[in-house]
Design a protein around this ligand. Structure first.
Ligand code: ZN
Length: 333
């Protein structure tokens, strides 16, 4: 097994290259290089770390021109952000492959039109100043990624030739609507993107609609259904999008489910008898959030967390919600 300064061979011909990402969570991002008759790169890191990726390839005696295909597990900038620069640095054509539902993220940097995000935030009851703050922060985040046209789509069940190995595309919506894992069935290896991480519970982000309207899909429900799909595959090892590999999926899944239950209870306990907005519940749940420098992003994650849990609590009959004067009001049943 080759161990260089910048990459680790995790299985014969499969190299993990860990690339820096600002902030503590979820921490550095893992890109995977499959070297065989063809060369595939799974996830790219941000546009800021393409040079490091280039050095990692050089240590393996390769360059960007050796890459045939880039696949992205989902349309978040730390997973696709370097694709454009990599394509431009290659002397040959590199095919960029993503899932249909995450194409917009890769091609525009936004998973939904701005109007949808603004509608969602307003409906959650955020103060007026919040959306411009978020747009400003997004502007800085956007500098970590270059939008890039997608050349081909990968679909559920599709078989992929990864040089030495064959992989199957497993659709695992939850973290994003189009998230996928790649499964090497014979070897029992799953590349889990951001769906399963060892050190943090991934966010099941709200699946906003393309038009101003509340999400119809329930991210938390889909997230846990996807976990069941992954468990049914019985992978021996999971190589994750951030952090360490996982060999004990059962205990990670158990931990996730326990954390979910605890969070459900906590969200429920935060709802006051008076009509609450999602924003006020989120602030109650994370009282110190405004001290964080990345406050708008953390606040968005907090709102997302509360909202996606409320979707489940409402389905279970614990709460009811109503749109009143363009704000979502939450009541305990
Ligand atoms: Zn992600």
């Amino acid at each position: 097994m080759t161990q260089t300064h910048l990459s680790r061979e995790i299985f014969p011909g499969i190299h993990c290259i860990t690339l820096p990402l600002p902030g503590k969570r979820p921490g550095p991002v893992n890109a995977y290089l499959f070297v065989g008759d063809t060369v595939t790169l799974l996830d790219t890191g941000t546009s800021r770390t393409v040079d490091i990726l280039g050095h990692a390839l050089a240590e393996l005696g390769m360059s960007f021109s050796d890459i045939d295909r880039i696949m992205v597990t989902h349309g978040h900038l730390d997973h696709y952000g370097g694709a454009k620069k990599i394509k431009e640095a290659s002397r040959f054509e590199i095919e960029l492959v993503a899932t249909e539902e995450d194409i917009r993220g890769v091609e525009t940097g936004n998973t939904v039109p701005q109007a949808s995000t603004s509608f969602f935030l307003r409906t959650m009851g955020v103060p007026f100043l919040f959306p411009p703050l978020m747009r400003t922060l997004n502007f800085f985040f956007a500098r970590m990624a270059d939008n890039c046209p997608v050349d081909a789509i990968m679909e559920e069940g599709q078989r992929l030739d990864l040089g030495k190995y064959e992989a199957t595309v497993v659709r695992t919506p939850g973290h994003t609507r189009g998230s996928v894992c790649l499964f090497l069935e014979k070897e029992g290896i799953l590349f889990s993107g951001d769906h399963i991480l060892k050190h943090v519970t991934p966010n099941a982000l709200p699946m906003l609609e393309d038009w101003p309207g509340l999400p119809e899909r329930k991210s938390q429900v889909e997230f846990y259904e996807s976990i069941e799909r992954i468990e049914a595959l019985e992978p021996a090892v999971l190589h994750t999008g951030h952090g360490k590999s996982i060999t004990d999926l059962a205990s990670i899944a158990e931990f996730y489910r326990a954390a979910f239950e605890a969070r459900q209870k906590k969200v429920l306990s935060m709802i006051r008898p008076k009509n609450d907005s999602v924003f006020t519940i989120a602030r109650r749940l994370f009282p110190n959030i405004e001290r964080n420098l990345r406050f708008p992003m953390e606040m968005y994650l907090a709102i997302s967390e509360v909202y996606t849990h409320l979707q489940v609590l409402e389905e279970e009959g614990e709460v009811c919600t109503a749109l009143e004067k363009n704000r979502l009001r939450v009541y305990r049943n």
